[in-house]
Each structure stands twice: as C-alpha cells, then as structure tokens.
Design a protein around this ligand. Structure first.
Ligand code: CP
Length: 310
C-alpha cells in the first residue's frame, strides 16, 4: 500500500506532491462511501482518537468528528472551555493524561503557532493539526485544493487569488504551500496592512487591486477578516474594507469570464462577499465543507495505517 512520507500532519510545508495526490486519491474513495445510503465503513474499528479543541470551531471539529465516526473509530472530545486547562494544567500534561487512556491519535486546534509540532515531538500518538494560531491549517488547504480539482479537473496551471486578511491567516499559508506544490499560480490580494512583508519569499504574486486580481484568476478564495486576532486597527472600518475588497454580484457580472468563488468559513456576509455571491452557483463554499469530511477521512486513514501495534 502507498503511504505518506510523514508520521503526523503538522503542516502542508512537510508534505510532498505525492503525499497530497495520495490523500486526494484516498479521499475519492471515501467520497464515494459518504454518498452511499449506509455511510459507514469499519476501517478504524481498533483506533481511538482524541479531538482537542483549545480554540472555537464549527466546521473543522464537526468534520473531523464525522470523518472519524464514518470510519468506526472510537472518539473522545475535549474543548478548552470545559477542560482542566482552565485550572492551569500544561498542554503536555493534558495530552499525556488523555494518552494514558490508550488514545492512538490526537486532532488538535490550538491558538499558539507551533503547538501541533511541539506535541508531535513529545507524545506517543499520531498528531493532526486542526489549526495552530496564525501558522497552518493543513486539512483546510487540502480540502480547498481538492475542491478546485473537483470543479476544474486539476489544480496544475490554475490561477488562484487569495483575498483579504493574509497576515493573520493560517488558511492562506497552508493554501500557498498546497497550491504551489500542485503546480498552481498563487496571487495574494488585500490592503497593504494585511499582507505580511515576507510574502514575496513565498513565491506568490501580490496585487492590491481586487478588480485586477479577479481579471487574472480562475479561482478567488475570499478569506475572513479575523477581528479576534487584530489587536490594532488594520483598516478604517469594515465598511471601508468591503467597499475595496468585498466581492459583489455586480463585480462578478462585469468580469469577462466565470470564476470560482471559495471561502473557508465562517463568512461575514456583506464584508468578504455579498449574500448573492455566497449563494451563487459560482460559489463552491458548501462543496468545500462536504469535501472536508472525505479529505479528513483520507488523512486519518493514511496516518492510522502507520500506527505500529506492539
Ligand atoms: N474553516 C474553519 O476552520 O472553520 P471553523 O473555525 O468553524 O472550524
């Protein structure tokens, strides 16, 4: 059986193109499974997974949980609000206590960049990063690229613009790595204050004008403005931001071509895009969510196949 070159999924940066293609091929098979009347397979009957969410989540948490249940894994869930982390316990102590209960894999979302890597180097379990602060969100990038491949036939040679709050976005960094590994061209678009100074080192194009970026691209991935990570004001007001960078039906209709619109969710309707764009046939936002389950099933399955039983 083909296998991943990594022992954990900490970031897309660590994956090879072959790894990503293997995940997609495996996800194709799982997508067929989740569209059957009986959506469950026994693949992970002997695996126990802990989902540790130290930061809020709707899509990623539910998607991982469903992916695990569809493969018959035993699961335990912990969120920071209800855990002893609030009493001052360290991350390693929390996780080691959970692992003493014979857990094989940890899916973790954490506010600190590097938390997943830190954990993967210290615990005897497979670790999947479900988002570590402003660093990486690897399964989001995989499901985004998988959704582009599904809609356009391939990712190679496609032009993808990522619009908005790049500086605070783990989705942007993981998408840049993933799309480039698959042979896409990537452009970043947003106000100067939301684009990091090191961005050119990542080999992406930069465009500050949304209209020009849209004329260039095949796919526009509109990122959420992450007010919760902004300690200072990066633009005068949300209204001003949406006037400069919000995608409207009028802009879409005036383009000389059809582009695909993506968003990782949650959407601020009326800020990143208007409701009629979010609900249009060019938007594949709910396809992204659907594909997230199949892609996460593939990642979990491929990492679980590397667990050595004593
Ligand atoms: N896209 C994403 O990570 O959404 P959640 O924060 O709801 O998990």
């Amino acid at each position: 059986m083909d296998s991943l070159s990594v022992e954990h999924l900490v970031g897309i940066e660590d994956l090879t193109k072959n790894d990503i293609e293997l995940i997609f091929k495996t996800a194709d098979a799982f997508k067929e499974v989740i569209n059957r009347p009986i959506k469950k397979v026994p693949s992970l009957r002997d695996i126990t997974i802990a989902n540790l969410f130290f930061e809020n989540s709707t899509r990623t948490r539910l998607s991982f949980e469903l992916a695990e249940k569809r493969m018959s894994a035993d699961i335990v869930n912990l969120s920071a609000a209800s855990s002893s982390v609030k009493k001052g316990e360290t991350l390693i102590d929390t996780v080691n206590n959970i692992l003493s209960m014979k857990v094989d894999m940890v899916v973790m979302r954490h506010p600190n960049p590097g938390a997943a890597k830190f954990l993967s180097e210290r615990v005897n379990a497979k670790v999947i990063n479900a988002g570590d602060g402003t660093h990486e969100h690897p399964t989001q990038a995989l499901l985004d690229a998988y959704s582009i491949r599904e809609r356009l036939g391939s990712v190679e040679g496609k032009k993808v613009v990522i619009v908005g709050d790049i500086i605070h976005s783990r989705v942007a960094l993981s998408n840049i790595y993933c799309l480039q590994k698959l042979g896409a061209e990537v452009m970043i678009c947003g106000p100067t204050t939301l684009i990091p100074k090191y961005i050119h080192e990542l080999g992406v194009k930069v465009q500050y004008n949304l209209q020009k970026a849209l004329e260039w691209c095949d796919v526009a991935n509109m990122l959420r403005i992450q007010l919760e990570r902004q300690e200072i004001k990066y633009f005068p007001s949300l209204r001003e931001y949406s006037m400069q960078y919000g995608l409207t039906k009028e802009i879409m209709d005036n383009l000389q071509k059809e582009i695909i619109v993506m968003h990782p969710g949650p959407i601020n309707r009326g800020v990143e895009m208007t409701s009629d764009v979010a609900d249009s046939k060019q938007a594949i936002i709910l396809n992204q969510v659907e594909n997230g389950v199949a892609v996460r099933m593939a990642v979990i399955y491929l990492l679980a196949s590397k667990i050595k039983r004593q």
